[in-house]
Design a protein around this ligand. Structure first.
Ligand SMILES: Cc1cc2nc3c(=O)[nH]c(=O)nc-3n(C[C@H](O)[C@H](O)[C@H](O)COP(=O)(O)OP(=O)(O)OC[C@H]3O[C@@H](n4cnc5c(N)ncnc54)[C@H](O)[C@@H]3O)c2cc1C
Length: 357
């Protein structure tokens, strides 16, 4: 059957990049395998703030998929997935093709949450997908205007620090405390950097609605302007909830420690699109799932027993401060400065290099 595969890897997320690298360097499982990707290259989100701050070139922040797939002997199919039917193990592509597979693996990430909007006076720009974001951001930058950023997590803070100075006025809104979940030390350091750059930070200020050119928290107008950048929490891609896969209440695919979907063990899911207790929605966790996923897909195609993935309890956070420096958060310990920025660059460039075989 020309449209049937032994395995389809869906999405060029962090974990699938690691799987392809391992298969290129070590042994690949038997059978016909393809990677379905929305584009010919995969962006590395960790370098996006550096790109916006003018410290990296676009080519530094992407992994070209064709050479990696060729080395892993995996077919590359460039077309976004429109829908998935888990019971039929079938994928519908946006270009009209329909593909089926004995095994599937999902690593499609998540999209960005957006409050309901009335009227069109405010232009909204989601930070993901990155291609669309960067194109539109370039257009915005041709005529800089005051900007609000929604989301006080690591992504929102890094973006605010990268963009401060590039727009006439910048405000950052978060529903709870800034950098919730990280140490008090790194939070204070981040607040200091943001204040120093003139960013207005509004903590505990959830934006519930956009009306015209106004952001509303409850019934209170808290900001007026025409441009809003969305960097708030991960939201599941809508086609996952319609796929027949078991999903949590937010629409993320429920998985077992073997990374298999509950109810559909021939479908694996990893990274931000999956839901597993202890695994946070961050690139670091997706990267750590790669070796287990590579081993389990290999074992599944050979009929061998699978391994279990155990999420790490702590993860290192390095947040770019937009001036070449970075803030570090590790086990409640915080630090900051140019040294950590160089270390972050070294780790980020190392990630890209490892996948450019
Ligand atoms: C500005 C910013 C900075 C960040 N910095 C960090 C950081 O320093 N460290 C960290 O750990 N996390 C960071 N994150 C979070 C991190 O980006 C995500 O948690 C991480 O990318 C999730 O990895 P993933 O492998 O699940 O999916 P992703 O890396 O998001 O990859 C998903 C892939 O699936 C593809 N895809 C999506 N839909 C489809 C479709 N329909 N069909 C085909 N392909 C599709 C996408 O194009 C993409 O290639 C940052 C996020 C942002 C926005």
């Amino acid at each position: 059957m020309p449209n049937h595969y032994d395995l389809l890897l869906i999405g060029a997320g962090h974990a699938h990049l690691g799987v392809l690298r391992r298969w290129a360097l070590l042994e690949r499982p038997p059978g016909r395998i393809a990677l379905l990707s929305a584009g010919p290259a995969a962006w590395y989100s960790g370098m996006l703030p550096g790109l916006l701050a003018g410290r990296h070139n676009p080519a530094d922040c992407q992994v070209e998929l064709q050479p990696l797939c060729r080395a892993a002997k995996v077919e590359l199919i460039v077309s976004p997935v429109a829908s998935l039917s888990a019971p039929q193990q079938r994928v519908q592509l946006e270009d009209g093709r329909s593909l089926s597979a004995s095994w599937l693996s999902l690593n499609v990430g998540a999209r960005v949450a957006c409050p309901p909007q009335q009227g069109e006076a405010m232009q909204l720009l989601a930070v993901k997908p990155f291609d669309a974001f960067l194109n539109r951001w370039q257009q915005w930058q041709a005529e800089p205007q005051p900007l609000a950023i929604l989301g006080g997590g690591a992504a929102g803070v890094e973006l605010a620090l990268a963009l401060a100075g590039q727009v006439p006025q910048l405000a950052l809104f978060c529903a709870g405390p800034l950098l919730d979940g990280l140490s008090a030390g790194v939070r204070l350091r981040a607040l200091g950097h943001l204040r120093q750059r003139g960013v207005l930070v509004r903590e505990y200020c959830p934006i519930e609605r956009i009306e015209g050119d106004c952001l509303l928290s409850g019934a209170t107008p808290v900001w007026r302007g025409q441009r809003l950048l969305l960097a708030s929490g991960a939201q599941a891609l809508p086609w996952l909830a319609h796929s027949g896969l078991g999903c949590d209440e937010q629409g993320f695919v429920l998985i077992a420690p073997t990374l298999q979907s509950y109810g559909h063990p021939t479908i694996f899911a990893v990274g931000d699109c999956a839901s597993l207790p202890g695994a946070r929605k961050s690139g670091v966790y997706a990267v750590r799932q790669a070796p287990v996923l590579a081993a389990n897909l290999n074992a599944a195609l050979r009929g061998l027993p699978l391994k279990r993935y155990h999420p790490q309890r702590q993860s290192l956070a390095l947040l770019a401060t937009g001036d070449g420096g970075a803030l570090l958060d590790w086990h409640g310990y915080s630090a900051g400065g140019q040294f950590y920025g160089r270390w972050k660059d070294y780790l980020d460039r190392g990630f890209i290099q490892r996948h450019r075989l």
